[in-house]
Design a protein around this ligand. Structure first.
Ligand code: CA
Length: 226
């Protein structure tokens, strides 16, 4: 899952980004409205955390442009404690949720999870394929009753593939959702991580779930399903 965090207070931006990184999200950060606009125009995000009071272009204007361009990415706005007006305007302009500052990181994380669930049109917190289950809250993965330890990136790839199961995903689609701008798109890092993931979730099982589509990408599919 790839998120954009827009916040002009450097310390707060840094701590939000750090915390989200720890949770396995891939994060781009912007410190003003113009920078945010550039990111939004060039990348596809799963969720945007948007401060309202920003230099250059304010958050409400960014939000308005986003919705005018028919971009439906979930947006969580950050407002000042007493800025009820901003919250009302933000929600009316198409924000999906808001948090008033100061907020707890646990609440921010829970609200992001809720927005991401809404986006894939499922309120289920556990996604499954065959005998594999991934819990999007505890970040645990179980196959055939056994717990599988994944790194944050491996988890992130598997979650993205599960939410798109049965669909061909190109290397660049996977990279876009799992890595941020620091990622070198030319490297074969996606293949490397798919190999790690296969070792953990497929190698010991007859029913392989990750399938390579030669020259195109990967597909997560239960081929034994009737
Ligand atoms: Ca601000």
């Amino acid at each position: 899952m790839r998120l954009l965090v827009v916040e002009d207070e450097p310390a707060l931006l840094k701590s939000i980004a750090m915390r989200l990184n720890e949770e396995g999200y891939s994060i781009d950060t912007a410190e003003d409205g113009e920078e945010a606009q550039d990111f939004i125009e060039t990348a596809e995000y799963d969720c945007i955390i948007l401060d309202i009071m920003l230099p250059a272009i304010d958050g409400l204007t960014i939000l308005k442009r986003l919705r005018n361009n028919r971009v439906n990415t979930p947006v969580l706005i950050l407002t000042a404690m007493d800025a009820i007006d901003d919250r009302v305007k933000g929600l009316d302009l198409g924000a999906d949720d808001y948090l008033a500052k100061p907020f707890s990181f646990d609440e921010l994380l829970a609200r992001i999870r809720a927005l991401l669930r809404r986006q894939v049109e499922t309120r289920e917190t556990v996604v499954t394929i065959a005998d594999l289950a991934l819990d999007t809250i505890s970040h645990t993965v179980i196959r055939d009753g056994k717990n599988i330890e994944l790194t944050a990136k491996e988890y992130s790839i598997l979650e993205y593939m599960l939410k798109n199961k049965g669909r061909l995903l190109t290397r660049s689609q996977i990279a876009d959702h799992v890595w941020n701008y620091d990622f070198d798109g030319n490297s074969n890092i996606v293949d490397v991580y798919i190999r790690y993931l296969r070792k953990k979730i497929d190698d010991n099982f007859d029913n392989k779930l990750i399938h390579t589509v030669r020259g195109s990408g990967y597909i997560l599919q239960d081929k034994e399903e009737s």
